[in-house]
Design a protein around this ligand. Structure first.
Ligand code: URP
Ligand code: ZN
Ligand code: ZN
Length: 465
């Protein structure tokens, strides 16, 4: 049966207008006003906003970090995503066994996600070493799997060194692949962590002090220059957290550096390092890069208002704080032992809508741009995803701006036992979510089923053409 969403305020990344959307099967077939469709199921959206399903291009479902495993698997995590209006994710895979082929984790992630995800999904590949065959595997994976982006870490045990990063970038440029990068200076962080622990400073508040903003800025700057030396290789900086990092991006933008995409995450727009003041509660927000100062947060909002930053993702990576194994408590006496990461995939869209649009920091088309259309352009999914156009997937979110979302225990739909935004009252409520024409969420209730998510072979990024 056809579905007709009537009289909504339709928001794209360029305009907001009153109209109707007609859906046939999995696709949008018409957008206009006063559409008549005999026999169609009519969904009254008068007074409500109708947006493209949100797209989170930075999640870590089921992430295995060796001593702990992120507690949202591809089912729980995508149920949370769906209930938060996110109908597509692109997940960053964990490192595999030492010396494994690039294919190892691709296969492992299909095993984890296929038949479990409830929203559509793709994967970013990940480098953990460069062997003779690694770069040809990258090209092969792009061809066979439609994985058109791969990640490099500048910190952590499986970081790459500059010569290796340079080789990856050159090969990626040639193959039309985007290299996504976690930018932090490993040497300084390692030394500071060691010193804090030796001095008995194990509390959560030392986590941000051990990863200062300059560590991010230095790595962002280095990465931008490495990409330039590799022939302006397509580069996407993940989870930009600081004003100092942003200043490096502004410099590159002023110099018209091509093929550069920049992501921030919702937590850096909403929270600050005040979260670390309480040694116990502070564990909830241990993530890398860490939360920053108020000034950083304000400059990042400004960067969304003026378009310096391209996307807002989450880096969703939750661990238990109180229930189950309470992995976050491993860091009770020593923050370096706390698994890094926090939930966010459910909260992101409504936080952007409420704290961004409803509070007048950004426009509604900008909410759409940062939460769905730009992520899809960056990662080869546009316009199938991230748009509202005839012929595209009917992934749609309906938000009632006159209702409220209260973030508390009842709100959470994933496996996490806390939200970093606990206690916040947001302007607006997600009323309905459609995935390829199917209603999968109604008033907070998940209606979909395990395995309904489809694997997405992605195409070329706008950064790579
Ligand atoms: O703290 C974080 N972000 N954990 C997940 C891995 C990463 O660095 O993205
Ligand atoms: Zn990271
Ligand atoms: Zn991440």
């Amino acid at each position: 049966m056809k579905k007709l969403i009537k009289n909504g305020m339709i928001a794209t990344d360029t305009a907001v207008f009153k109209g109707d959307i007609l859906i046939d099967g999995e696709k949008i077939i018409e957008i206009g006003s006063d559409i008549c469709a005999d026999g169609a199921e009519v969904i009254d959206a008068a007074g409500k906003y109708v947006l493209p399903g949100a797209v989170d291009v930075h999640t870590h479902m089921d992430l295995d970090v060796g001593f702990a495993r992120a507690i949202d698997d591809f089912y729980d995590g995508t149920v949370a995503a769906a209930c938060g209006g996110t109908t597509t994710i692109v997940d960053h895979m964990a490192f595999g066994p030492k010396d494994c082929s690039l294919w190892h984790q691709v296969k492992e992630y299909h095993r984890l996600a296929d038949g479990n995800a409830v929203v559509d999904y793709g994967f970013h590949g990940v480098f953990q070493h460069i062997h003779e065959e690694t770069l040809s595997e990258m090209r092969e994976i792009k061809e066979k799997e439609g994985i058109t982006s791969f990640k490099v870490y500048m910190t952590y045990d499986y970081r790459l060194h500059d010569d290796e990063i340079f080789r990856v970038l050159r090969a990626a440029k040639e193959a039309g692949i985007v290299i996504t990068v976690h930018c932090e200076n490993h040497g300084v962080i390692t030394q500071l962590r060691k010193e804090f622990v030796e001095e008995g400073h194990g509390e959560a508040k030392y986590h941000p002090l051990s990863r200062p903003a300059k560590c991010e800025a230095e790595a962002v700057n280095r990465m931008i220059h490495l990409a330039a030396m590799a022939g302006d290789a397509p580069l996407y900086i993940v989870h930009l957290s600081s004003a100092e990092g942003l200043h490096e991006v502004l410099k590159a933008r002023a110099e018209h550096r091509p093929n550069l995409g920049v992501e921030t995450c919702i937590q850096y727009l909403i929270l600050t390092d005040k979260e670390y003041e309480d040694p116990e509660e502070g564990l909830k927000a241990i993530m890398s890069p860490p939360l920053r100062k108020d000034q950083d947060r304000e400059e990042l909002w400004q960067a969304l208002a003026d378009g310096t930053v391209d996307t807002v993702a989450t880096d969703h990576c939750p661990f238990h704080y109180k229930a189950g194994k309470a992995e976050k408590q491993y860091g009770k006496d020593d923050f370096t032992k706390c698994p890094n990461g926090a939930p966010g995939v459910q909260e992101r869209l409504m936080l952007l809508f409420s704290e961004g649009f409803m509070k007048g920091r950004i426009s509604l088309p900008q909410v759409v741009k940062y939460s769905s259309s730009n992520p899809c352009r960056m990662f080869g999914m546009y316009p199938q995803k991230g748009s509202l156009e005839p012929g595209t997937d009917a992934d749609i979110v309906i938000i009632d701006p006159n209702r409220k979302t209260v973030i508390n225990e009842n709100y959470i739909r994933g496996a996490s036992d806390y939200s970093c935004y606990d206690g916040m009252e947001l302007e607006g409520l997600i009323e309905k979510v459609f995935l390829r024409g199917e209603e999968i969420v109604s008033d907070g209730e998940f209606l979909g089923k395990r395995g309904d998510g489809m694997y997405l072979k992605r195409g070329e990024s706008i950064l790579a053409v």
